[in-house]
Design a binder for this molecule. Structure first.
Ligand code: ADP
Length: 319
């Protein structure tokens, strides 16, 4: 393994830059040449590739986003696109790739590995929705951003005796919702994993009103998708002035937390070591706080469990 490439693909996440830095520096330490592939798999198809040296990755560990840009690339889902990418790797002398992204990006990495270009993937997504790992890069920063914003909302909700229905990201996974919900003392947390009705939410708010509470936070996971509607129903039933706030993409930006920088550094370092040892078609994860790796197909077939205990705790203590 003399020359490797790095790709960031799919949705961006804070900490991707720290992973790029770790991959680059680890590879350079092993006297390899490092290339940065830009805009996801598009860069492999159209040859948008830049050399990375020690200083190219200076001053990025503290920055959100990705210095290599990221994008989705439909062409890469088909054989023709994959063949073009393989041809680019051969032409550039790229012996292996580290791909940082979500499960869609892992599928692309598996397809390219099957065509003879060794790939190792690193989970980078704010949603923490990947089954084989306890942790994905960007998750902690996104949760802290959501928490800080909900804290600000609470100040104004509290002053004006209002209810705030706050939609947090996470796609179809409620991990951000349950964790930020517990961390902000939400009266109710609505996620796809736990059955609910709006009447349940209203009943809980009404019970809480009888104990002297006048302001409420309801955290809603992105996949539920009808925060405005939920807000209207709460206002109608309780008489509490209720506003819906969709936090949106602010949760994908910002300076990465310690946890994201450290995990990104560990995973980036580990990925290069796997390539050096001759592995291909692997994805890195965290299990019991240790860095581990799996076959990509095996990883993609796993099912993510939900933090039901944490949800129950939230419901037990926030009323
Ligand atoms: P994420 O990696 O964040 O889950 P996507 O699902 O959009 O994001 O996937 C990112 C990119 O990975 C896609 O734009 C595409 O280039 C590639 N990809 C996704 N699914 C496949 C697949 N089944 N085969 C090959 N490449 C894929």
């Amino acid at each position: 393994m003399k020359k490797i490439g790095i790709v960031t693909s799919g949705g961006d996440a804070p900490g991707m830059n720290a992973a790029i830095r770790a991959v680059t520096r680890t590879a350079l330490k092993h006297n390899m040449t490092v290339m940065g592939v830009r805009r996801g798999y598009n860069g492999l198809i159209n040859g948008d590739i830049i050399p990375l040296n020690i200083r190219s990755v200076s001053d990025i560990i503290q920055r959100g986003g990705t210095m290599l840009y990221t994008a989705r690339c439909n062409e890469f889902r088909f054989d023709e696109g994959l063949q073009k990418a393989k041809t680019t790797c051969i032409r550039e002398g790229i012996d292996g790739l580290v791909v940082i992204g979500g499960d869609g990006s892992f599928r692309g990495a598996a397809d390219l590995s099957a065509r003879g270009i060794p790939c190792v993937a690193i989970p980078g997504t704010i949603d923490n929705d990947i089954a084989m790992t306890e942790y994905t890069i960007g998750y902690d920063t996104a949760m802290n951003t959501a928490m800080a914003l909900i804290d600000k909302l609470r100040d104004t909700m509290q002053s004006c005796d209002r209810c705030s229905v706050v939609e947090v990201m996470g796609r179809h996974a409620g991990h951000i919702a349950v964790n930020t919900g517990i961390a902000t003392g939400a009266t109710y947390i609505i996620t796809e994993e736990v059955p609910y009705t709006v009447d349940d939410v209203i009943e809980r708010i009404q019970n809480t009103q009888t104990t002297g509470k006048h302001h409420f936070i309801v955290v809603v996971s992105e996949g539920i998708g009808n925060s405005q509607e939920i807000a209207k129903k709460i206002e109608h039933a309780t008489g509490v002035d209720t506003r819906a706030t969709i936090l949106g993409h602010v949760q994908r930006g910002g300076t990465p937390t310690v946890r994201d920088r450290v995990v990104a550094s560990q995973m980036g370092h580990y990925a290069v070591e796997l390539l050096i040892k001759g592995y291909s078609n692997r994805v890195i994860g965290m299990r019991h706080s240790n860095i581990v790796d799996f076959d990509i197909q095996e990883a993609l077939s796993m099912k993510k469990s939900f933090e039901n205990d944490l949800y129950r705790i939230a419901m037990d203590i926030s009323f």
